[in-house]
Design a binder for this molecule. Structure first.
Ligand code: GRF
Length: 210
């Protein structure tokens, strides 16, 4: 039997605007080859969980602290991914670093959105507003966003899509963050999700036909 959609889990830790962009793209047909089947949050009470609920997507919360460390945290995540038969993991504002063992297990099955043009302003410590603060203090005139595969190096995996965004004279980190989200992140993340879902689906169907 042909697999009709790649099954997607979106990992979040905050407001979930990128999760929303994916859900909206699913609704509008920009994402047609994949379906968000699970949302996993590393934090309780974040707005991303409400967004999942409103869209009728099941969600789970795993706290590294409560579970007692990285290994137990990743085991719990791994079990959930198996239970929901997940094909593709999308990190959308997920603030926990995943171990090399975990990323190896899901080689070319995890993608991440980063709010700069990699290799600028990326790697350990570059998350959230810090990325935009660094871009502004370096004085770059162009920044943007990158979707990339996730491997054991933070923000070091193969680049899938990038989009440039202009920096304006009077930008604050907050203003720049919002422009990068609107003009880049919310556009290229759904596009990349569709591209990679289609690829996973084609590979799966070819394998099943062997
Ligand atoms: C985004 O800027 C994303 O690029 C970064 O964290 C932020 C998450 O925002 N990794 P949201 O939770 O999707 O609203």
């Amino acid at each position: 039997m042909q697999n009709s959609k790649a099954r997607i889990a979106v990992f979040v830790s905050g407001g979930g605007t990128n999760l929303q962009a994916i859900l909206d793209a699913q609704f509008s047909g920009i994402i047609n080859s994949g379906k968000v089947c699970l949302v996993i949050s590393s934090k309780e009470g974040v707005y991303a969980l409400e967004r999942a609920g409103k869209a009728g997507v099941p969600s789970l919360v795993f706290s590294k602290k409560k579970l007692g460390g990285q290994e137990a945290f990743e085991d719990a995540i791994d079990n959930a991914l198996k239970e929901y038969e997940i094909d593709l993991i999308v990190l959308a504002g997920f603030l926990s670093i995943l171990s090399a063992e975990f990323t190896k297990k899901y080689d070319h099955r995890i993608i991440n959105i980063h709010p700069s043009l990699i290799p600028s302003f990326c790697g350990e410590g570059f998350y959230g507003l810090r990325v935009h603060e660094a871009a502004l203090s370096r004085g770059v005139k162009v920044t943007g966003a990158t979707v990339h595969y996730v491997n054991e190096i933070p923000d070091g995996g193969e680049i899938i899509l990038q989009k440039a965004v202009k920096v304006c004279d009077k930008d604050t980190p907050e203003k720049l963050q919002l422009r990068v989200m609107r003009q880049a992140e919310w556009i290229i993340l759904p596009r990349a999700v569709e591209m990679i879902s289609r690829k996973i689906l084609n590979d799966k169907n070819a394998k099943d036909a062997e």
